[in-house]
Design a protein around this ligand. Structure first.
Ligand code: ZN
Ligand code: ZN
Length: 152
């Protein structure tokens, strides 16, 4: 079973992220930002620009994104369970099963919005992978790709 939930990007194509270590938010570019990023190896870990701690690529969801994905996924899962259950029980003499019409399912949440906040910074060592950090983040910041500290 697979499903896709799309998350909003800001107007520069950046996706909001939350560090699993320091729990502060920043943004990284969703997908390759340019040709050089496209040909570079995809890192197995990313480094938080704010605290420099590494984590695997799928550990950076914000609380709002996780809530949103869960709310989006629940009706999809319930609908699939309902279909499977209906198939499994069809033909049974002892059980009658009537699939719901979907009206009892929770409504999908309203879409997340992504404001154009934060400022773009690029590390000197991997400048093809820019990030956005909060305006009040005063360095040193860390390279998303290799974790090297750099002054801003
Ligand atoms: Zn951090
Ligand atoms: Zn770097």
């Amino acid at each position: 079973m697979s499903m896709s939930v799309s998350l909003p990007l800001d107007n520069d194509g950046f996706l909001r992220r939350e560090c699993p270590n320091c729990e502060r938010e920043f943004k990284w570019h969703n997908g390759p930002a340019n040709e050089e990023a496209e040909t570079a190896d995809v890192p197995v870990t990313y480094y938080c620009p704010l605290c420099g701690e590494p984590a695997p690529p799928d550990h950076w969801w914000t609380t709002a994104q996780l809530d949103y994905m869960q709310e989006m996924a629940t009706p999809m899962i319930m609908r699939q369970v309902s279909d499977v259950l209906g198939d499994a029980l069809r033909g049974s003499k002892h059980v009658t099963y009537k699939a719901g019409d979907g009206s009892d399912l929770p409504d999908p949440p309203s879409a997340l919005s992504e404001p154009d906040d934060m400022r773009i910074v690029a590390s000197p060592c991997h400048d093809y992978e820019p990030v956005k950090v909060p305006d009040d983040a005063d360095g040193p910041l860390h390279c998303l790709v290799c974790g090297s500290a750099f002054a801003v």
